[in-house]
Ligand binder design. Structure first.
Ligand SMILES: Nc1ncnc2c1ncn2[C@@H]1O[C@H](COP(=O)(O)OP(=O)(O)OP(=O)(O)O)[C@@H](O)[C@H]1O
Length: 223
């Protein structure tokens, strides 16, 4: 099943076409790396996927929503079907792990405290961080913080995970552990689109390569 489909899509930044006539499709279980130089349009693609930038031309669908005519009220529901992992974690560093995760569940309409606690325990087990539930985020290492970010990203069972340079601040050994975690989630069916410059870990965890260059995005066989 397609979780993302772009046909001849053009996206503008400040009235100027940043990506032009791009076509791509991602299905359940796909793992794709988005590669390309700084300023080539990787973030622009992400921002269009979560409906922060409009589609100027072409046809785009993500997680069952048409990006061409998505209503403003539906945008939070689209975003609930996506997971986000960033290079700089973006956790609430002065709160503990449980609060970081319950915050997201509460913000997305969950109210039952037992269900919230149960779901948090489930995702922490998935990322190998069960013992960290009461720990304050600033006490965790970078790799541990990124695991918590991944736990946060999967709370609502996303169909597509968007990861923007998730190993950018991690050393090679920890990067590989994080990538293995992504691979595990991917094997359970979640499609993953990851912008990366981390050629070392990309070589070790296989995926398709999509290159962003000259306003276009196209598949390449190797990096
Ligand atoms: N808010 C904005 N307003 C106007 N132009 C923008 C804006 N954000 C990005 N751009 C332009 O759009 C183009 C693509 O930028 P984008 O941030 O998508 O690249 P990127 O591949 O994600 O780069 P990086 O690897 O540095 O994150 C660049 O020419 C950039 O200057």
């Amino acid at each position: 099943m397609a979780v993302l489909s772009f046909e001849n899509v053009t996206i503008l930044q400040d009235g100027i076409p940043t990506l032009q006539n791009i076509s791509l499709e991602m299905n359940e279980g796909d793992f794709a790396y988005l590669i390309g130089k700084t300023g080539s349009g990787k973030s622009t693609l992400f921002r269009s996927i979560y409906a922060e930038l409009p589609i100027e031309l072409g046809v785009a669908k993500v997680a069952g929503y048409s990006l061409n005519d998505i209503k403003r009220n539906d945008v939070p529901f689209l975003r609930r079907k996506l997971g986000f992992v960033f290079q700089d974690f973006q956790l609430l560093t002065d709160r503990n792990v449980e609060k970081n995760l319950s915050f997201v569940l509460e913000a997305t309409g969950h109210t039952n405290p037992e269900e919230i606690r149960f779901r948090i325990e489930q995702v922490l087990a998935q990322v190998g961080m069960s013992n960290a539930i009461h720990k304050r985020v600033h006490r965790l290492s970078g790799g541990e913080q990124q695991r918590i970010c991944i736990a946060r990203a999967i709370l609502n069972n996303p169909v597509l995970l968007l990861a923007d340079e998730p190993t950018g601040h991690l050393d090679p050994e920890v990067s590989l552990e994080i990538m293995q975690l992504f691979k595990q989630l991917n094997q359970q069916g979640t499609a993953i689109l990851m912008a990366s410059h981390d050629y070392n870990t990309m070589r070790q965890i296989p995926g398709k390569f999509l290159k962003c260059e000259g306003g276009n995005i196209f598949p390449v066989d190797s990096i």
